[in-house]
Design a protein. Structure first.
Length: 369
């Protein structure tokens, strides 16, 4: 990287002229008249991909950042998925490091400068960004080892729990690993991208006490959180488990990936549907298929699950399928479980397994570190 060009490039996908994309841009390049020096070498560039909408819809924002390193592109594919515009922008990115951002999101003050300093000084292949929800505290995701800021391990530092690849990534690594968001998916399009990134990058750094990335809550409905069929919700993870490169990973990495997927995406989704009384026969079979697919590549994935999660998963994987009513009731009971059922495993020998909920709780002490 040279002083003549930007160190990092952030690709922002926007599909609606009502989105506060100017806030996102300003958090990267600075607001006009707020410390940005016209003509000064840019540390970061922004590429905005207008998805199924004309760039002219953002004319005021284009003018507002006319003197900054902001590029506006268009993609008209007619597909309601963030994968297309992110892939389009990443393919055209030119800076040594690249990242993606939703149009409702932004960086904390000083986050981009801090990231660029780490990139220039340490040259990691991946710099994971600290994360928080709007008006919320820093998220312990990934829940890395205490004091471990450089050369993270995908298993020991629990990288599987960061599904979204919110990080600055060496462009050469993107090309070498063939990283892309799964075209056409409304949600989960980033799951294979992230899993491959965390498990095949050779140098991943993370400084959780730094200012970081903020997930905005302004939009009434985000593309990735709109209601969808269970088949669409689970398709990314069924596809991920079927990838030959996943099957070829070391057992510990497959185990970590499957435990996280069953705990967060299967159990979490099933409980939401059970509580909304929308868990039907088709959904039951879809969740059963995902559980079976996960256990086929990580046979011990149920061992570190809490008792409350095992109550659901055991019903799904039983040789004789459970009655739908029993599965609904198990889903409804999960969030009412007592502390022991939330933290302890069915076989206490696994209570302190690296992937157990009790082990996760013990790591929260003193976060961030």
């Amino acid at each position: 990287m040279t002083a003549a060009g930007p160190v990092a490039e952030v690709v922002i996908a926007v599909h609606d002229a009502r989105r506060p994309v100017g806030r996102a841009i300003g958090s990267i390049v600075g607001e006009p008249g707020a410390g940005r020096r016209p003509g000064a070498p840019a540390r970061a560039r922004v590429t905005v991909v207008c998805h199924n909408i004309e760039a002219s819809a953002f004319a005021a924002t284009v003018e507002r950042f006319a003197d900054a390193d902001v590029r506006w592109l268009e993609l008209h594919d007619g597909i309601r998925s963030p994968a297309g515009p992110f892939n389009h922008g990443l393919a055209r990115a030119e800076a040594p490091y690249v990242s993606v951002m939703g149009s409702d999101d932004w960086f904390d003050p000083g986050a981009v400068d801090a990231a660029v300093r780490h990139l220039e000084r340490d040259a990691p292949q991946v710099l994971v960004l600290p994360l928080r929800h709007q008006d919320g505290p820093p998220m312990a995701n990934p829940l890395s080892r205490r004091g471990r800021h450089r050369r993270l391990d995908p298993v020991k530092d629990r990288l599987a729990y960061r599904t979204a690849p919110l990080a600055f990534i060496d462009r050469r690594l993107v090309d070498r690993l063939g990283l892309e968001f799964v075209p056409g998916l409304r949600s989960g399009e980033d799951a294979p991208f992230s899993a491959r990134l965390w498990n095949f990058a050779e140098r991943i750094d993370f400084h959780p006490a730094d200012p970081g990335y903020v997930i905005g809550a302004d939009a009434a409905v985000r593309v990735t959180t709109a209601p969808m069929d269970v088949e669409d919700e689970l398709a990314p993870y069924l596809g991920l488990f079927a990838e030959p490169w996943v099957a070829a990973m070391p057992p510990s990495r497959r185990h970590a990936l499957v435990v996280k997927t069953l705990r967060i995406h299967l159990v979490g989704g099933l409980v939401r549907r059970a509580e909304a009384d929308s868990l039907g026969p088709g959904e039951h079979e879809a969740y059963r298929s995902l559980a079976q697919a996960g256990l086929s590549i990580a046979p011990r994935a149920l061992d570190p699950m809490s008792r409350r999660d095992r109550a659901i998963l055991d019903l799904l994987v039983a040789e004789r399928p459970a009655e739908l009513g029993a599965l609904r009731e198990a889903g409804r009971r999960r969030n009412r479980a007592g502390r022991a059922d939330r933290l302890l495993t069915r076989d206490l020998r696994h209570a302190l397994d690296r992937e157990s909920d009790l082990r996760r709780l013990l790591r929260y002490v003193g976060w961030p570190h």
